[in-house]
Write a protein that binds this ligand. Structure first.
Ligand code: G4P
Length: 532
């Protein structure tokens, strides 16, 4: 095979990859949409199985609830399926009522995001947080306004809310025809065609679709005079006001907005067809050796997630790697700068719908799972040939803190081992109090549910019982500056003086207000959100 041939292959494979994540507030319909995308991608034949599996076991505790969530997250960290000549990699962003850094980190492996909003609720808090992460990374964002089959907010009001709350132009690509019970389909602005749908039994199969025009009598029949007129006025308005610009979408200045209903399948295929055409192919990533382009010959990738003990009986651990450049081949030997070693990769996995299988090759945008004997850490670079490291995955400032007490001191070794593993997975950060009398670790997390996850996993996987003492603090800052000024901070009165695992000084503060007071009082000190 010639080099030219190989690089043409690589370019073609890169160009047809679409790697994205769905972001949403719980209950907006992320799981339902995921399933419907699989249904339309022919990866499953009946919708309902993913949700059913998630609900299979009845929850008896929050931990069980987490496990249920893990039940789906484990098998579906990434779902890969072909669609119309494209290869789609859909990354799961575990979104419970709560956050973890894991969710944020997954977004570093995506090239675009689909934001699902509930049509009756608009932009909700969790969506906003996730949106901010996407926008910091410059990810193009598509918006699906879901649940149009239920009473919804006015579409123009929804667009307005996206613009004011999220600060980017919201350009509707289609327009809903009716809402609630009268929602019958959408008008596609690009083709000026109307897509009407019928519901199917339990919404499990692809909905029959009729392509027609705005003057189809069925529309006038089923809408009230007022709704009918409103529809025409709105569509007229859109053409005057809102123009879609692909470059603006790719630069994050615009979001392309679609209306639909994941439950009843209305508008989902239309969305998917547009998405594969408009979403970007894999992007380049920065590294300490300059930008790494997907079409660079040599394979490279980075670990964005580690999932340990997926099967408690085997104590296995899988590192999920986003392929960033070149072609990955099974049995390849790669550099692993963080251990200073070279590693052979004999059993990489890929993920199709709900199954995992050994993969022989993978391309930029794909995610591979590497079984590891705990040797990988979050953010690790793997590269063939040239040695370099990708820019570190940003850390997210923890907002909740608690001391974790090991109840049975005889199990201290297991306790430390478990904590180390969970920290490697990025489940939480660990601080130690500078005061030598208190050696109980302080867990620092982004979302409070993470506390329970850590405790429950220590108990079930390491047989260690722990007690949690929540702290009232809400901010951690890495404090640097002249020692005598650091000493003046009121460590004994409310602030906690702690160290991270590298021994750097971390102060725990009670509020933004308190922090800004000390920032003003001690201008020579710096209070950083993350370590250097
Ligand atoms: P999530 O992953 O974002 O948390 O949301 P999920 O898909 O689990 O959906 C949350 C609820 O919203 C589910 O109802 C789901 O059926 C419903 N839903 C999702 N999309 C639509 C839609 O387009 N229209 C309507 N009407 N409902 C939708 P549930 O009552 O919690 O569960 P179930 O009884 O349906 O299993």
């Amino acid at each position: 095979m010639t080099d030219n041939h190989n690089s043409a292959d690589l370019s073609r494979e890169v160009a047809r990859r679409r790697t994205f994540a769905i972001i949403s507030h719980p209950d907006a319909g992320k799981t339902t949409l995921t399933e419907k995308l699989l249904l339309y991608g022919n990866a499953i034949h009946l919708a309902g199985s993913v949700r059913a599996r998630r609900n299979q076991r009845s929850a008896t505790s929050d931990w069980m609830e987490m496990e249920r969530e893990r039940g789906i997250s484990i098998t579906s960290t990434v779902l890969q399926f072909p669609y119309e000549g494209y290869i789609i990699n859909l990354l799961d962003t575990p979104g419970h009522q709560d956050f973890s850094e894991d969710t944020y980190r997954t977004l570093t492996a995506a090239d675009s995001a689909v934001m699902v909003l509930d049509a009756a609720k608009g932009v909700e808090p969790q969506t906003r947080k996730l949106f901010e992460v996407c926008s910091k990374r410059g990810l193009p964002i598509f918006t699906l306004i879901n649940k149009m089959d239920r009473p919804a907010m006015d579409p123009l009001e929804l667009l307005d809310e996206i613009e004011t709350v999220l600060g980017m132009r919201a350009v509707p690509m289609n327009w809903p025809i009716g809402d609630g019970d009268s929602f019958m389909g959408v008008y596609d602005r690009a083709t000026e065609e109307v897509h009407l749908y019928d519901r199917t039994a339990r919404n499990q199969t692809i909905s029959p679709e009729y392509i027609t025009t705005l003057d189809d009598p069925r529309i006038a029949e089923r809408l009230s005079d007022y709704q009918f007129e409103d529809l025409h006025v709105n569509i007229g308005l859109l053409d005057e006001m809102m123009t879609f610009d692909h470059d603006d979408l790719l630069a994050g200045r615009q979001t392309a907005v679609y209306f639909g209903s994941a439950l009843t399948n209305f508008g989902i295929q239309l969305f998917l067809n547009d998405f594969v055409k408009l979403a970007p192919a894999p992007a380049m990533y920065s590294s300490d050796a300059g930008p790494i382009r997907p079409i660079d010959d040599e394979f490279s990738g980075f670990v964005f997630k580690i999932q340990a003990n997926m099967n408690p009986r085997h104590r296995d651990s899988v590192a999920f790697v986003r392929v960033c450049s070149g072609k990955f081949e099974r049995n390849m030997t790669v550099n692993h700068p963080s251990s200073g070693r070279t590693i052979r990769l004999p059993r990489p996995y890929t993920f199709f719908a709900e199954e995992r299988a050994v993969v022989d090759e993978a391309y930029p945008g794909d995610i591979i799972g590497l079984p590891s004997s705990h040797s990988f850490g979050i953010g690790d670079t793997l590269s063939e040939g040239r040695k370099f490291s990708f820019a570190p995955i940003p850390r997210f400032a923890p907002e909740h803190f608690a001391r974790l007490v090991n109840v049975d001191i005889g199990k201290q070794k297991n306790f430390l081992k478990g904590l180390h593993q969970l920290e490697t997975e990025g489940a939480m950060q660990i601080f130690y109090e500078a005061d030598a009398m208190r050696r109980d670790p302080i867990l620092a997390v982004v979302g409070v549910l993470q506390f329970e996850v850590v405790q429950a996993r220590l108990e079930s996987e390491y047989n260690v019982e722990t007690r949690l003492q929540r702290l009232p603090h809400s901010l951690a800052r890495w404090v640097e500056g002249p020692e005598e000024q650091i000493e003046l901070l009121p460590w004994r009165y409310g602030l906690v003086r702690a160290q991270d695992r590298d021994g750097a000084l971390v102060g725990l503060f009670n509020s933004e207000h308190e922090l800004s007071y000390y920032e003003g009082k001690y201008p020579d000190l710096s209070f950083k959100q993350t370590p250097d």
